[in-house]
Design a protein around this ligand. Structure first.
Ligand SMILES: NC(=O)c1ccc[n+]([C@@H]2O[C@H](COP(=O)([O-])OP(=O)(O)OC[C@H]3O[C@@H](n4cnc5c(N)ncnc54)[C@H](OP(=O)(O)O)[C@@H]3O)[C@@H](O)[C@H]2O)c1
Length: 337
C-alpha cells in the first residue's frame, strides 16, 4: 500500500508517500481501506518530537473513514464492504469516568490513517453517518469526540448558558462551537484572526474578540454585557489561563482539553476558590461519547467545518498550514487508491 511513513522527526517535508506492507487483520480486527484521513495537532507534535512515547518509523494519523476490506478471526465477515468511520481511542475500557492505563490513540505507537489501509479492532469502527461524505466523516473522530466530551459529558453545558470558546480556528474548537449551539448556548469566541472571528459568527457565534489585542478581556466583558461567562472551553492554557480565571463568572466552569501554549506560571489560585469555580480536564472520550457524538451529527444533519481537502501526497502542505495556524476547521487528506 502507499502510506506516509515518519522515519525521522522534523519539518513537514519528512512526510513523503512510500510503499509499505499491507496490514493484516489480527483476531478481533478489521482492515479498513481508507478513503480519507484528517489532521490533528497531535500529528504535528509527533512529527516535531514533542509527544510522549515516540516510536519510529510510524504511520501517523488518528482520523479516518473508508470501507471495511478484510476481517480477522472472530469477526463477522459480512462487515466487508461497509462504509465506516474510525474511533481512534484504543483500550478506553468500561468506565465512563476515565480511560484505562493502557489507553492509546491510533497513530502512535500503532500505525495510523495516513495510508491506504489500517488494521483496527472491530469495536472501533462505526457506520458512517449517511449525511456525511467520506471526507466529512474523516474530519470528525478525534476532534468531534474531544469536543463532545468536553462540552456535554464534562461541562454539561445547558441551554441559555453563556460559553466562551478560545482559539476558534482550532479543529476541536469548531466542533465545540457547533455542539454548544445545538445545546442552545450563547457562544462567544476568541482568535488571533479577525477573519476567523467573522467565519465563526457565520456558523453561530454571537461575537468574538481578537486575543492579540491587549484589552481583549475588557472587550469580551463589554460584548457579553458584563454578565460574565458561565463556561470557558479552552485548549491554549499557558498565560491565557489566568485571563480565563478572570473572565469566568463566580460559580462558573472551565473545561480544558489541551495546553497549546504550555504551562502557566501566573495562575491567581485565589480566583479558583473565591469564585467557587469548577475546573474540568477532558481527554478524548468513551465509546459511549463517540456514539452519542455521531448520533448528534446525523440527527441534526450537522457537518464538520472542513478547511481544505488535499491529496495524501500533499500531507506535508496540510502540516505546514496547521503549523502556520492558517486553517479554520479540519484539514482533510483524500486517499485515492
Ligand atoms: N485532550 C485531548 O483529548 C485532546 C484532543 C485534541 C486536541 N488536544 C489538544 O488541544 C489543542 C488544540 O488541538 P486542535 O487539534 O484543535 O489544534 P489546532 O486545530 O491546531 O488548533 C489550535 C488553535 O489554538 C489556538 N490558539 C493558539 N494560540 C492561542 C492563544 N494564545 N489563545 C487561544 N487560542 C490559541 C489557535 O486558534 P486561532 O487560529 O483561532 O487563533 C489555533 O487554531 C492542542 O494542544 C492539542 O494537543 C487535546
Amino acid at each position: 500500500m502507499k502510506a506516509v511513513v515518519l522515519h525521522e522527526l522534523g519539518e513537514p517535508d519528512q512526510l513523503k508517500v512510500e510503499e509499505f506492507a499491507d496490514p493484516a487483520p489480527k483476531e478481533g480486527e478489521v482492515v479498513v481501506q481508507l478513503k480519507a484521513a484528517a489532521l490533528n495537532r497531535r500529528d504535528v507534535w509527533i512529527r516535531r518530537g514533542r509527544y510522549a512515547g515516540i516510536k519510529l518509523p510510524v504511520i501517523i494519523g488518528s482520523d479516518g473513514a473508508g470501507i471495511v476490506a478484510e476481517t480477522g478471526a472472530g469477526v463477522d465477515s459480512s462487515l466487508v464492504g461497509k462504509e465506516v468511520v474510525i474511533n481512534p481511542c484504543l483500550n478506553w475500557g468500561d468506565s465512563e469516568r476515565v480511560q484505562r492505563d493502557d489507553f492509546r490513540i491510533l497513530g502512535l505507537p500503532d500505525n495510523g490513517t495516513y495510508a491506504e489501509y489500517v488494521a483496527i479492532p472491530v469495536e472501533n469502527v462505526y457506520d458512517k453517518p449517511n449525511n456525511l461524505t467520506r471526507e466529512e466523516a474523516a474530519a470528525i473522530p478525534l476532534a468531534g469526540l474531544t469536543a463532545y466530551r468536553a462540552v456535554v459529558s464534562r461541562a454539561n453545558i445547558q441551554k441559555g448558558q453563556t460559553v466562551l470558546i478560545t482559539g476558534i480556528g482550532g479543529g476541536v474548537a469548531c466542533f465545540a462551537l457547533q455542539i454548544a449551539k445545538i445545546l442552545g448556548a450563547r457562544v462567544f469566541v476568541t482568535s488571533h484572526s479577525d477573519e476567523k472571528l467573522d467565519r465563526a459568527k457565520k456558523i453561530g457565534a454571537e461575537g468574538g474578540v481578537n486575543y492579540k489585542h491587549d484589552q481583549w478581556i475588557n472587550e469580551l466583558k463589554e460584548m457579553t454585557g458584563n454578565s460574565g461567562i458561565d463556561v470557558v472551553v479552552d485548549s491554549a492554557g499557558g498565560e491565557n489561563f489566568d485571563a480565563i480565571l478572570d473572565v469566568v463568572k463566580p460559580g462558573g466552569a472551565i473545561v480544558m482539553y489541551g495546553a497549546t501554549l504550555g504551562p502557566s506560571d501566573n495562575v491567581t489560585v485565589r480566583r479558583i476558590f473565591w469564585k467557587q469555580l469548577n475546573i474540568f480536564g477532558s481527554t478524548m472520550g468513551s465509546p459511549g461519547d463517540f456514539e452519542n457524538m455521531l448520533r448528534l451529527y446525523s440527527n441534526n444533519d450537522l457537518k464538520p467545518v472542513v478547511d481544505s481537502i488535499l491529496p495524501l501526497e500533499e500531507a506535508f502542505k496540510a502540516h505546514s498550514r496547521m503549523e502556520d495556524t492558517a486553517q479554520f476547521g479540519k484539514l482533510v487528506l483524500r486517499i485515492d487508491s
